[in-house]
Design a protein around this ligand. Structure first.
Ligand SMILES: Cc1cc2nc3c(=O)[nH]c(=O)nc-3n(C[C@H](O)[C@H](O)[C@H](O)COP(=O)(O)O)c2cc1C
Length: 319
């Protein structure tokens, strides 16, 4: 069956499945297999650390696939972000995803250069603002997903169905999605594509350790630690404490602390390097419910698409 949405048309991809950005390891190693399998792989500029390394990684990707590849610019996190953006433009990247904070200036420049601009947000209100600012499509991450948590963030189902009533540009659903049912459900809710971070981490090609991948397989979504980490809002006491430090400590240091609170980590605690501690702190979402074993990217994508087709052909949908 042909999976045609405004997202597949806009991005020139076979399936409306996009791989999420990853600080630290979101390089061509994961983006290329995703694009080759018919989705959209995204290289996270910040993971490459310098514009030179980003250029090299984009060029590496192009030697391995002729399919479209995107670049993520995480505002406030990605170093030398203006230079990174220009590298993406110069290297002929056709779609750039911005995220984390306001990205209007980047979006303006990308559009002038003829690059499609996708912006990622956590709330429906921010999606409405992004539409007004001229984005070509918006990723909305529901509460079940990994990312900075907002006090007015809704679960994925409510976010997408509510946004679909208010937004005309294509919506891409994220947050807890990782299998055929989640994919199909997102499209039924009104999304025209899905965006998956945690689920692609459970693939053979993702450049993280096997131990980390096994942790994703072994962790259940109803693990109380997981529920607390993913679903609960940031600790109000810690948030208040960090907000009081604004202006009293260097801005970069303050913002790092704020981001740690939003990710529900202790802003003042030294990072532990004990493997167990690092694993427990590792970002992963309720999409672990979809990770039963470590598979190839191609098998993950084909499994999602074929599974969705089976559901559509099942008795549930027969007239
Ligand atoms: C390890 C990890 C690192 C991430 N780093 C970034 C990042 O640097 N920039 C960004 O926009 N999103 C980042 N994300 C969020 C993902 O791109 C995506 O929005 C999120 O994982 C979607 O939810 P899901 O995990 O339920 O699929 C990260 C996610 C994970 C799991």
């Amino acid at each position: 069956m042909e999976w045609k949405t405004r997202i597949t048309e806009m991005l020139g991809i076979r399936y409306p499945i996009i791989q999420g950005a990853y600080a630290g390891f979101g390089t061509s190693k994961i983006a290329v297999p995703v694009s080759e399998a018919g989705g959209l792989g995204i290289i996270t500029a910040g993971a490459l650390k310098t514009p030179k390394a980003l250029r090299e990684d984009i060029r590496r990707a192009k030697t391995l696939t002729d399919k479209p590849i995107g670049v993520n610019l995480s505002v406030g996190i990605c170093p030398e972000i203006d230079e990174m953006r220009e590298v993406a433009i110069e290297e002929g990247i056709s779609v750039v995803e911005t995220s984390a904070y306001k990205a209007t200036d980047h979006g303006k420049r990308l559009k002038e250069a003829g690059v499609k601009w996708i912006h990622k947000v956590a709330t429906v209100n921010h999606a409405i603002i992004a539409e007004k600012q001229g984005v070509d499509a918006v990723v909305i991450v529901g509460l079940e997903g990994v990312g900075f948590k907002s006090v007015d963030q809704l679960p994925t189902l409510t976010s997408i169905t509510w946004a679909a009533k208010q937004i005309k540009i294509p919506i891409i659903a994220a947050g807890g999605i990782g299998d055929a049912r989640g994919f199909l459900a997102a499209l039924v809710m009104g999304a025209e594509g899905v965006y998956m971070g945690t689920a692609f981490m459970g693939t053979k090609e993702c450049p993280i350790t096997m131990r980390h991948k096994q942790f994703l397989v072994d962790t259940a979504p109803n693990d109380p630690k997981m529920i607390r980490k993913v679903l609960t809002p940031p600790d109000p006491g810690m948030l208040e404490k960090v907000m009081k430090q604004k202006g009293n400590i260097p801005h970069d240091e303050w913002r790092t602390k704020l981001e740690r609170v939003l990710l529900k980590e202790d802003p003042d605690r030294e990072q532990s390097f004990e493997p167990e501690e690092v694993l427990r702190a590792a970002p992963a979402s309720l999409a672990v419910s979809a990770i039963d074993k470590i598979v190839d990217v191609k098998d993950l994508i084909n499994g999602i698409v074929n599974g969705a087709e089976e559901i559509l052909n099942s008795d549930v949908f027969s007239s």
